[in-house]
Design a protein around this ligand. Structure first.
Ligand code: FE2
Length: 281
């Protein structure tokens, strides 16, 4: 059977992707931001996951105000890197896993999570930047990907509690897929950041650190953080962190923290990254 072996969370800051694409990762400004991912790149080569369920949000690239799915799952064979205004990032096509994706869609919908099914989509930095951070610059990505898009762009995003419960439903879905697959689940976005207005550049290291701590120590607290707290404490874009709770919910009650990286600033945001593995009780 398929099994979820680890959870990974990471910021998906577009400037990190641009720094890689333009060969700037060794520059003084960028080097410490990338250094915290070296452990994970080595670990991923050992772990060799078959599939990543990659929770991300689209940034008005594939979706716009014409249609805004709260939870959408990609069931396509492959996904192209999106043109976000500067041409598409020079990264490989993302290869999907339609059989697993359709199975997760069916299982979650019958489990009363009303997923939108996507059969064609270009993927923006929300998905491709974490792939670059974890796998570098290969000719082909070493994993297949089931993209899971969450609306955190337009109010109202789903609650953290709903996201956590969706993660639990995804875990049930994966556990009932009959193929022997090593599956990871990734949550992306965050951490504290605000891109516009008088509070642009807001970073709240204390809040972010407690969030990282409680992914292991007290995930039940995290699922009940209200939207207004994300907005007040982590800036207008910090709500992306609810996507980390889908990842966390899929890992079960107990986890072990394998690796953590937190760096400020990168493009006016806080880079957060953590690797967790489920621990059976
Ligand atoms: Fe984002």
């Amino acid at each position: 059977m398929a099994r979820i072996t680890a959870g990974v969370a990471s910021s998906h800051i577009p400037a990190l992707g641009a720094a890689m694409d333009l060969g700037k990762t060794e520059q003084d400004y960028w080097k410490p931001a990338f250094a915290g991912y070296e452990w994970t790149r080595a670990w991923e080569t050992q772990e060799k996951p078959d599939v990543v369920v990659l929770v991300f949000n689209d940034h008005a690239t594939a979706f716009d105000m014409n249609f805004i799915p709260t939870f959408a799952i990609g069931c396509a064979e492959s996904y192209k890197s999106a043109d976000e205004g500067w041409g598409a990032r020079p990264v490989p096509d993302v290869i999907g896993h339609p059989d697993l994706a359709w199975h997760i869609a069916q299982s979650c919908i019958l489990d009363e999570f009303d997923m939108t099914i996507i059969n064609k989509m270009d993927v923006d930095h929300g998905l491709t930047v974490p792939m670059s951070m974890m796998f570098g610059q290969p000719e082909a990505w070493p994993v297949r990907v089931v993209p899971l898009a969450v609306n955190v762009v337009t109010y109202p995003p789903p609650t953290g509690n709903r996201c956590y419960a969706l993660g639990e439903a995804i875990a049930r879905a994966v556990a009932s897929f009959p193929e022997d697959l090593n599956v990871q689940i990734w949550g992306t976005g965050g951490m504290s950041h605000q891109l516009q207005g008088p509070r642009a550049g807001l970073i709240n290291k204390a809040w972010d650190t407690r969030f990282l701590d409680d992914l292991s120590a007290d995930p039940q607290r995290l699922r009940h953080i209200p939207h207004i707290e994300y907005l007040r404490e982590t800036g207008s874009e910090g709500i992306e962190m609810v996507m980390w709770l889908i990842m966390r919910g899929a890992l079960g009650p107990n986890v072990r923290e394998l690796h953590r990286h937190y760096h400020v600033p990168a493009s006016n945001t806080a880079v957060g990254h953590i690797v967790l593995e489920p621990v059976s009780a």
